[in-house]
Design a protein around this ligand. Structure first.
Ligand code: ZN
Length: 279
C-alpha cells in the first residue's frame, strides 16, 4: 500500500466575537492578496496587527468582488495525545510548526513550508463530509482554484472536494477504525496530514483539469484510490512509472473497470454516508 490516505481536518468554524477578530486577521495573513487599498493602509497604520486586520477586514471583502460575507474559517491545531506524541518522537517524526502535526521524514521532506488556508471554490468555503472547513497548503489551494476555474469554464461544474488536511489525531482514529477494512496510512504518514492532498467526489469530471493544474492522482498509483490527488507525493524522480500513470488526462477504461471490480470506492462511499470517514 502507499503511505497516504484521506479524511478531514478537525478544525471548527469559529463563532464567538473574539475569535472572529482573530479569524479575520488570520485570513488576511493567509490571503494571497496585496493590502486592500492605500487608504486602508494609512487608516490602520500604527495599530496592533490584530486590530489592524480587524479594521481592514471589511475593506478586503469589498475589494474582492467574489468574496462571500461568511467569515473565513481559521485553522486551529488539534492537540496530539501524549502517547501518540511519544510514539512520533520515538520514530523520529518531525513536528510541522505550521500545523502542529507530526510527519514522517518522507512526508515532512515533501511538505511545503506554507500556511494552511481555508479552501474557497465557487465563492464558498468548502466543507468536508463531516461538515468541517477544508484546509490545504497555499499552493494546493492555488492549483485547485486554477483547476476549478478551468473546469467550470468547460463543464459549468465546480470541483467537489470531500477531504483535505487532517490532523494526526484524526488520522490515528481512522487508522484504528479502518485498518483491516481498507488501506489506511498510520498517523504521521499521510499526505492529507501534510495539507498536500485532497479527495474529490467528482473526480471523473475533474481528472483532466486536476492533472493540467499540476496534481498527480486519479490512479491506482497513490493508495489505490482514484479520488486522491496530491502534490509531491509521487514525482517523476521518485517513481517515473507511477508518475506517468497518475498524470494521464483521461482515466483509462481498464482502470475504471478495475475500480468497479474491487468495489473499494463504492464501499467507501457507503461508509461516508454512515457518517464515518474513509481512509
Ligand atoms: Zn486521499
Amino acid at each position: 500500500m502507499s503511505q497516504a490516505s484521506r479524511v478531514s481536518c478537525g478544525s471548527r468554524v469559529l463563532r464567538c466575537a473574539r475569535w472572529s477578530i482573530v479569524a479575520t486577521a488570520g485570513a488576511l495573513l493567509a490571503s494571497d492578496g496585496a493590502p486592500s487599498s492605500r487608504a486602508g493602509e494609512r487608516r490602520t497604520r500604527g495599530l496592533p496587527s490584530l486590530v489592524r486586520g480587524f479594521v481592514r477586514g471589511p475593506v478586503v471583502a469589498v475589494d474582492a468582488a467574489a468574496a462571500p460575507a461568511e467569515t473565513p474559517p481559521l485553522y486551529q491545531p488539534v492537540g496530539v495525545p501524549a502517547t501518540l506524541e511519544q510514539e512520533f518522537a520515538r520514530k523520529g517524526f518531525r513536528r510541522d510548526p505550521r500545523t502542529g502535526n507530526y510527519l514522517s521524514p518522507k512526508v515532512s521532506s515533501k511538505t511545503l513550508s506554507e500556511m494552511l488556508v481555508p479552501l474557497m471554490l465557487g465563492g464558498r468555503y468548502v466543507k468536508d463530509l463531516r461538515g468541517n472547513p477544508i484546509f490545504v497548503r497555499e499552493t494546493i489551494r492555488t492549483k485547485l482554484q486554477a483547476a476549478d476555474a478551468a473546469m467550470f469554464e468547460k463543464k459549468h461544474e465546480h470541483i467537489k472536494v470531500t477531504y483535505g488536511f487532517r490532523s494526526n489525531l484524526l488520522q490515528y482514529e481512522l487508522y484504528q477504525q479502518l485498518n483491516g477494512h481498507g488501506k489506511v496510512a498510520p498517523a504521521g504518514m499521510s499526505f492529507h496530514e501534510s495539507g498536500m492532498a485532497v479527495d474529490l467526489s467528482n473526480w471523473r469530471d475533474a481528472q483532466r483539469f486536476m492533472i493540467e493544474a499540476g496534481f498527480v492522482g486519479g490512479c491506482y498509483g497513490i493508495e489505490e484510490d482514484l479520488v486522491h490527488y496530491s502534490i509531491n507525493e509521487i514525482t517523476k524522480a521518485s517513481n517515473a512509472e507511477a508518475f506517468k500513470r497518475c498524470t494521464l488526462k483521461e482515466i483509462p477504461e481498464t482502470i475504471l473497470k478495475g475500480m468497479k471490480k474491487t468495489g473499494e470506492v463504492v464501499s467507501l462511499g457507503k461508509l461516508k454516508f454512515k457518517g464515518k470517514t474513509k481512509r
